[in-house]
Structures are given as structure tokens and as C-alpha cells.
Design a protein around this ligand. Sequence first.
Ligand code: ADP
Ligand code: ZN
Ligand code: ZN
Length: 729
Amino acid sequence: MLVAKVALPIKLHQVFEYIVPEELQSSVSIGYRVKVPFGKRHAIGIITTVSDNSEYDIDKLKVIDEVIDNCSLFSHELWQFLLWAADYYHYPLGEVLFHAIPVLLRQGRPAAISETLVWQLTEQGKIFDSKQLSRSVKQQALLNAMQTNQIIEVDHFSAAIYNGLHRKGLIDKVAISTEVIDWQNNILSRPSPFQLNEEQRYAVDEINQHLCHFSAFLLDGVTGSGKTEVYLQVIQAVIEQGKQALVLVPEIGLTPQTIRRFKERFDVPIVILHSAMSEKARLAAWLQCKSGEVAIVVGTRSALFSPFDHLGMIIIDEEHDSSYKQQEGWRYNARDLAIVRAKIDNIPVILGSATPSLETLNNANSQRYHHLHLTERAGNAQLAKQMILDIKGLVLSAGLSQPLITQIKKHLANDNQVLLFLNRRGFSPLLICHDCGWIAECPRCDKPFTYHQKQHKLICHHCDTPRVIPEQCPKCGSTHLVPIGFGTEQLEKQLNLLFPDVPVSRIDRDSTSKKGALDNYLQNINLGGKHILVGTQILAKGHHFPDVTLVGIINVDGALFSSDFRATEHFAQIYTQVSGRAGRENKTGEVILQTYHPEHPLLNILLQQGYQAFAAQALQEREMTLLPPFSYQALIHAADRNNQHAPQFLQKIEDWLKRQFDDSSLWLFGPSPANQVKRAGYYRWQFLLQHTQRTKLQMVLNQLVSVIEQWPEGKNIRWSIDIDPIDGW
Ligand code: ADP
Ligand code: ZN
Ligand code: ZN
């Protein structure tokens, strides 16, 4: 008698037992997919254990229908890693395992590259006189084309035409063999175009000494200091050992230049995992990665779950970037999990950034990570001069003050480029009735709509709901509706008026949503010559603009006075990243920051002493107030439609915790309304747990999750747990 425990992709913290029928007993093992009856349907699941007894009444167990795989989908290390991750994030194992595999495998497709079939001429077809096909002009044309080896476009002939020739025995479908690439024995890397400077050399040597065991590095290098060059050289060492490298980047679409550099440097198979990929291509990449055919994988956070034959290194570029944290469903942090995966695989992991997160800096300070510094820009580039511009009392047009406009003129006159940073897309964040004060608001979120002039729409920036622009105020009937405040669209328009002869490129989520759009902008800008770039934080993501000499930061005051304890850290990172775009090669740059609060201590420490000094001070503050990384948090979310069940549920949690744990280091906050109180029709509440010891917090959560899953109150609401949250909800 054999019983298998099977994890299913459902939101229950539970695996299900099934009887393995006699004829399948020799073909089941951990990590294999199976098809099983589940409720009234059949589901695909993954075997987590096989044993010869059951906790349940054997007679009530159902029987496995089918075993799909003949080997585990997961290596031993990857399996350990995923078990650990499910446990740590208190997320159902089935969901975690399914998250880690391509969609086609979730659907039960075989874990094999499907053969590609192509039409080929048969022996008869090769010699057949196509003139005999005069009754079907298209069949004749197709046969002709094939006989003369022309390139035939995919959709040029319909399937009926091919089938027609096939019935006549003139063509046939044959499989083309996919050749396996033996890159390990043919490594070709193009030499680095320049000599490493001393700091880069030290970093590369230091990492190369730790290639064969776990070791974590923080590559802390100012913008333009040549971090990417360090990655390229250590990857070279890894693939020369015949091992694979994984590089995580914040967003593929936003890093075309980096990707190009990888492809240009190495002549080994590189796979880029991105969201626009077809499911077939994703499965193929997954399989090639598993078999070791691929040497380098570059991808976003979910690429961390790729299977490898022999992974040799993980690199997290721009490790401070918040996109490493998944913000819905399974809320994992790929940066944190990368450390765990590297430990289990016993390989080095490198976190790179010009503005490391306070968590990572704290790990470096306490010697858990090797701290490598690149303090100077590579080549001849200099860091920019920075200044604060007090805009109190100044006239602003679309946010631009006269002194800033004068500076823009000056830089453009020298044929240089100007970058203006404004972290708000759209034309204006508010549409208001001039006669009665009515504000156009999203009814699902109770937040003002943003006015988008180009698309001629109102769009809610919280739930993405679009609306037509009303002709009249619904409250008083007035037609005098006015946009208040400004976003990138309005700034772009104003710049076009002020500088009619200068090209302006607006770079934000709206203007770069089409594939390749960002790359086009970047290439255009890099042609050189006068140019104004306007954009949101996309501009802060590591692009090089060699001709930008002036960076203007339009509006920062919101970030200075936020109640979120992480807001200052984010502001300091964005400020440092954006101002880092100015001044490359032989051009010195200038940064101008407009503010109403020039005396603000955060601005002063950042501008006068830089990010490192800011971070050191911020870490001290966090330590004094026992905030992360000096404590650990978990945030419980609850949402409902009537604004009652969610707070009641959280209140019950608080009561239970207080009864259960008498621990003065366990701090409880809430229930309190979420940062965004209402979203997409749901009222949102939160409850925060904090502890100075990670293991203690985990222990509390383990017990908590197992009881609240049983509570009937949980059925009426949506709840979830965010471990190590990076912002409120
Ligand atoms: P980062 O990733 O730190 O922003 P990059 O690696 O992209 O920096 O390097 C910034 C620029 O300096 C790139 O144009 C790169 O080609 C160049 N560079 C890197 N290392 C060197 C070096 N040792 N000597 C000269 N130029 C270099
Ligand atoms: Zn009105
Ligand atoms: Zn909305």
C-alpha cells in the first residue's frame, strides 16, 4: 500500500493524500506531477512525500489518475529552497511550487520541448511538374516556392493549401531536430574593452576567490562606477568553470542597454526571461536552463525560481529596487530569497547598487556580507555639482521656476541635454469644478482621478479604472472644469512651448508601455545633440545618458513629509539615482533641486555628504526606534465590502495574540485602516506584528496562521499576510 501526499495550487495550508495504484507504484516520487481527482473535477498536483501509511482512513482516500513526469521537476536544492520559502512566507506550498514552474507545466503539459514540425517536399514533390497544378493557382505557387527554396512567410499560404499538397503526396510534415549546444567546451568571451580600475580589480579578485562556496557580497558603487563591468568579469570566471549564472534585474523592459552588454560580451547561450514571452518560449527556456544548455539567465524577480543544472552565481542588480518584492498573491522578496538560494546551492551571491537598502547595509556592517566599494566613476567621469533652489514665492509654470528655466537654456545652448524628473504621470492629478469645487473621484477607491490629456481620459492611478472626461459638473452643471496641479504630460507641453526647437522625450509608464518604445527613446537620446528628457522614476533605473549635463528635480516636498518610515530611504535612493544620470565621460554635470524647504535636514545631509552619510544616520534612527532592519515585521491585511468584517477579524487576531503570548518584545499595532482605505470597492484594514527576533516572530505566525485558518470569520473577507512588508497597504 502506497500513499502520496500531493500539493495542489489552492489557497489552503494543506497537502492532500492519495492512494497510488499498484501499476503506478514504481513511477512515483517527490517532485513529480500527478493528475488527481479533486472535488468534482481533476487537478494537477505535485507529490511532496510518498509513504506506506496514512493519517486518514485509507478507505476514504481517492486514487491518483495519472503520473505525468518521469523525473522530478525540481533538483534537490531547488526543492529545499521552495519548501523553505513556503514556510517562511506562510504561503501554501502548492501555490509556491506552482508559482515556480511555467504555465504550460501547471496545465499538465509534458516537461519536454515539443518537436517543431515543418513541411518538406516528398521525393515525388521534388520532381513534380508544378504546371500540372494549374487548377489551383495557390498550390502551384506554394510548390514552386518550395522547389526553388524561397523563403515563405508564415501566414502567406493557408493551412488548406498545405493540406492540399499533402493529400497529393507532394509534401509531408517532418520534425526538425533541436541540436543541443555544448557551450562549456566552446566558451568565447570578447575581451573587456577597457582596463579595470583598482577598485574594480579588487572587487573582481575578491569575488573570484569565493566562487566555490556560499558568500554574499554587497557591491556598493556610485552610479557609473562600473558595477556592470564587475558583473561581466566574474560571470566570465563562473562560466569558464562550466557553471551557470543568474542575473536578476528590476525590469527587463527598462534595462535594454544592460542586456545588450551581456549579449555583446559572451558567445554562450543567454536566456532573457521577460513578461512578454510566449508560454511556449518560457517552457523551452525553463527546460534548457534545467538541462544546463543555457549559460546565463537574465530575468526579473520570478527568474529566481528557474531550475539550473549547476548554478554557480546569483547577481541582483539594483538590489534596493522595490520591484524585487512581489506585491500581490505570494508576497516574496526575491532579493532576500536569493541569499537563501545561494546558501542552499553553496554559491556566491552579489547584491549591487549605488544606493543599497538599509537592510543590506546593515548586513554588510555586521559582516554578514563582504562590503565592496566602488567610490569613483569609471573612466574620466566626474560626479555632478548639486544645489538646492528655494522656490518659495516664485512663479511656477508647470512646476518650472524662472531660475531653473534659465539654467535649462544655458545647458541647451551648449548642445547638451537636460533631464527633468517629476514622479507623477498624466496631465494633472485633479480635475475640479471651478464653480462648486466638485472633484472627479474614482468611486471604487474614493481617490481623485488623474487627468490624461493625450488619451483624453480620466484614469484612477490606484485601480487603473478609466473614465470619459465629463462635459459638465454632475453636481452643479457648470462646464468650467479645470485641471489642478501638473504631471509629466503637462510639463512636456510647457517645455514644447518654451523650447520649440528642442526635442522633448517624455519617459513614463504611459509613453513606454509599447514594446521597444523605451529603447527607441534611449537610442534617440544617445544620438546626442540638444534634447530634453522628462520622466518619472523610470529615468532613475541605471540608464546612461552621456550628454545629459543638467538634472532638474521638480517637486520633492511630498516625500519629505510622508508618514511612512521608509519614505526618506526611498527619496534618498531616487534622488541619488536620478542625480547620478548627470555628467558622464568628460562632461561635468549639475543637479538642481526645487523645494519649498531648503533647510530640511534630509536634503542637506544628502547633498552635502551623500547617500552613505544619509544611510548611516537613517540606520541609527532605525536602531533607536527598533524599526527594521533592527526588528522584523509581518503585516496582516484584511478587506471586505461592508467595512465591518475586516476590522472585527483583525481585532479577534489581536485578542488571541494577547491571550496566547506574554512577550514584551512582541509589539502589536492595530487594527488600523490601511494606507489606502478603499480600493477597487473593498475597504482595507491592517494589523502589524513586530518582534526583535525573526525566529520568535516566525513561531508566533506559525501558530497564528494555523488557528485563523479555522475561524469562520475568515470566510467573509479577503485576508493575507505580508512578511517583511516594504510599505503599508
Ligand atoms: P554602473 O553599472 O556602476 O552604473 P557601468 O558598468 O555601466 O556602471 O559603467 C559606467 C560606464 O563606464 C560604462 O559606459 C562603462 O562602459 C564604462 N566603464 C566601466 N568600467 C570602465 C573602466 N575600467 N574604464 C573605462 N570605462 C569603464
Ligand atoms: Zn460644479
Ligand atoms: Zn480606483
